[in-house]
Design a protein around this ligand. Sequence first.
Ligand SMILES: [Ca+2]
Length: 279
Amino acid sequence: MRRCYDRGNGVTALKNYSFRFLLIINVLFIVMLSCSLLYADIDPQYQDRLNYLTERLKLEGFAEDEIGTILADSRLELYPYIVGRSGKGIDYMGRRFGLLTASSIERGQRILDENREVLEDVERSFGVEKEVVVAILRIETDFGRKTGRYPVLNSLLTMVLVENRRSAWAEKELIEFLRICREQNRDPFSVKGSWAGAFGICQFIPSSYVRFAVDGSGDGVVDLFDFKDAVASIANYLKAHGWESGDLQAKRRAIYAYNHCDSYVEAVLAYAKAAKERS
Ligand SMILES: [Ca+2]
């Protein structure tokens, strides 16, 4: 009996010990989990803004676990070095960009030749010259060769959390982006683009995608990494911003709306002209 009693005491003690141990482990696990949900790889100095963003996303209809899953993802990363960058630094007409070199123009002409039917269809549907659409593809991503290496989610999140002049803008774009991903059942970390959050062959920001991107291929999906969708979306964007084929000022304004930069407007028109001359 005594042995049994002793043994019993021993088991009880062991149980108590195990229970306390498990309790501590559980508490530690919960603390670690909540820390990872709150912080992921985010510098604690941004925690206030992250809390604010979380509340904002909830107001926009995102569930807490949905937000938590994104923030706890190991692919989440901030790029503070992009803050303060300006999109106006590119000299589109400069030698380095190589826009009007023979090989650059030939590449555009090849795109025109290989996709003539699609581009003429877009020209008829939207009233935007195919050479202009091709010029934008050349300048934005070199016909899809350089669509960007930054996960759009991380770029936009950086601009939201690291306070700067784009923070309010980036917050709206981030919400639009997450909504697009949710609607399309897309992994938000899988979409890569420019440091400024533009993606696809035509480099649309999320709000432009929502408002102006169209399904040019007719498959029911608007995918800006698809050539047909991208060219139709460029033409639709320009048309929606007042493009008039007989009005140069209207054309300039529409291109300027695409990228608020005078040298960009000049570059698009110069490349379109050069690509057309041989065709
Ligand atoms: Ca499509």
